[in-house]
Design a protein around this ligand. Sequence first.
Ligand SMILES: *Cc1c(COP(=O)(O)O)cnc(C)c1O
Length: 395
Amino acid sequence: MPSATAPLRPRVPITPILSAASFLRANAQRLPSVLDAGATRFVTSGRIAIGLALREMGIRPGDGVLVPAWHSASMVPPVLWLGATPVFYRIGPDGAADLEDIAAKAPRARALMATHYFGFHQDLPALRALCDRHGLALLEDCAHAFIGECQGKPLGSFGDYAIASSMKFFPIYEGGVLVSARHPLDAVALRPAGAGFEAKVALNSLERGFAYGRLPALRAALWLPLVLKSAAWKLRRARQADGAATALAPTSSDSSFDFDPRWIDKRSSLFARLTLRLVSPGRIAALRRDHYQRLDQALGKLPGVRPLFGHLPDGVCPWVYPLVVQDADGLAARLGAAGVPVVRFGHPLWPGVDAAVCPNAAHLSRSVLSLPCHQELRAAELDWMIDTVRGALTA
Ligand SMILES: *Cc1c(COP(=O)(O)O)cnc(C)c1O
């Protein structure tokens, strides 16, 4: 029965959630992940990994860092944390880095961040050559591209450093990776974040698994610890009301854009590191590609929308399915009320980044609306999502 009020949470999980199937292996051809690109350090978010990468590059107060004009607002605070200045560069209509604009702005910068939007990689050989020509350090932002390859090499292996955001691809509550194919990471020393953090991360993943009915067999065994957990959290929050204590988990896990330097030297949880090791990238890539293509066939030609990318090349493992929409705000509101989870990447942009800085970024920020295509979506959920989006577009 339709409800008069918007659901408290989406009817379909927006990010992968833990299920028994998460640990299955795929027969599909294996795609490499950033973990295959070089030395790795496991931290609590992608933005913390950006801060560490820039610090390893020797970025100092007053240095310029080239940041794409279409970005996640979480990419800028790590630059500011080091006292550096973001220099926004232009992108093309589909997000391709504008090499001429980068060359023109290179004298004002020491490093370049390049984002592989939605898993579709940039022209890495060209960016690498450009950076070498201008003495820029290259940071590959693989937040949308944990898995994938370019010219037979894992994404993350062209940059001096690369970062990834584990939460966008794996059924975990926190996690980011710093990678380097070119430099040792010996100087990046990490410390455990404590037992409270470890417990919160593990229980949070299990809780989401229950909430979406993915882990029914475990329910009986675990409801008591979950009840105890929320009681303990309430108590803790009351004690923390004076704001003096440190939070148990970083705010990056709660879909904010904050950057909290207290997490800079904290190791990702054991739960997250084990999950990254146990979950098969082959299954994730095969299912995400399949879901992406089903969404594209069902929705890509409807009136008022067009897919951001014309086709899904081999070697790409998509993060979400991005559509360019005429009235993205209106559609997002209608879908949200119906319980369809939508992602508005790069919306809003960092203050001051507008059409004068980059017309394409301003347009994409306003118009792109994405749907989940992750590996834990069920066929019935995908069908329901397709029907609901179709209804909202043709209403
Ligand atoms: C999400 C995101 C980040 C930051 O990752 P977190 O794990 O959320 O800190 C960086 N870059 C891009 C392009 C992102 O979408």
